[in-house]
Design a protein around this ligand. Structure first.
Ligand SMILES: [Zn+2]
Length: 281
């Protein structure tokens, strides 16, 4: 198994009615913990990288580390560049070695999002790279108006036009989800999700997976979500676990190992949560 195309992992998820956990990792250690969690759960997983974090670790280094970990894994592991907000970032990710990239033009007018997404997909597909795009706007959980305003949600008829014209391999939808912590409990628009899922065959992605109640998460997977992005909660767990174990005497790598066990348990819990049918490799 090991390294697998994101598109193929999403197809596996679709056929077996689960969602793959896509975790934003930021260095070798965090990526290795996520792979270890997936191996213990006997589930596929995706390692993602935020372009903004290239201040800490260059694209080429992270792509090389993640793809090497993927190759050596005993479960399917995909590697993906999250949220490329410009053509240059997404295509730059391809050049740096990411086998899957997101172009996020959701903040732009529809026609512009469509045109740039299509251009990224055209380039990516020549090189055998997968592309995720976003339609509707997934905002910030700190702003209620971002996730409670249905005007910003993905429209099924527009999703059809978008999927046909861009040929993307995955589509992130806005259905009441948002990034970061939610100021109040989100209520996912499952009816809308079901409608989008019936309208297009493109695998659907739920961004803002941190803080969505478990029962809503399970419903979203039942009605078409095949990839759940988790960033905020993972970062916080890493910080908490590392802080708890680093203060003691001893060798630094032993402390990482102890902290890692807590992080691995956290990721295993998230993987299990979005696998309501209890699929196992
Ligand atoms: Zn996102």
């Amino acid at each position: 198994m090991g390294s697998m195309k994101v598109r193929e992992i999403l197809r596996m998820a679709d056929e077996n009615r689960f969602a793959v956990a896509a975790i934003d990792v930021f260095d070798y250690q965090s990526a290795a913990w996520v792979v270890e969690a997936a191996e213990r759960e006997k589930m596929p997983v995706l390692l993602m990288f935020y372009p903004d974090m290239s201040h800490f670790i260059p694209f080429t280094t992270m792509a090389a580390v993640a793809t090497d970990l993927a190759k050596r894994a005993s479960v399917p592991v995909g590697v993906h560049l999250d949220h490329g907000k410009a053509y240059e970032v997404a295509v730059g990710g391809i050049a740096a070695g990411f086998p899957s990239v997101m172009y996020d033009g959701s903040a732009k007018p529809y026609e512009e999002n469509l045109a740039v997404t299509a251009a990224v997909a055209k380039c990516a597909h020549v090189l055998g790279v997968d592309v995720e795009a976003e339609l509707g706007t997934v905002g910030q959980g700190s702003r209620k108006e971002d996730f409670c305003n249905a005007e910003l949600y993905t429209r099924p008829e527009q999703a059809k036009d978008f999927a046909e014209k861009t040929g993307v391999d995955a589509l992130a939808v806005a259905i009441g989800n948002s990034h970061g912590h939610y100021v109040c409990e989100p209520h996912l628009d499952i009816k809308r999700l079901d409608e989008i899922n019936r309208t297009i065959s493109t695998p659907l992605v739920l961004h803002g997976g941190s803080g969505i109640p478990a029962e809503q998460m399970i419903e979203s997977v039942k009605y078409g979500i095949n990839k759940v992005n988790i960033g905020t909660e993972f970062f916080e767990q890493c910080k908490k676990s590392v802080a708890a174990h680093m203060g003691r005497d001893g060798f630094v790598l032993d402390h990482y190992k102890e902290a890692g066990e807590e992080v691995i348990d956290f990721v295993r819990g998230r993987i299990a949560r979005i696998n309501p049918g209890h699929f196992s490799l």
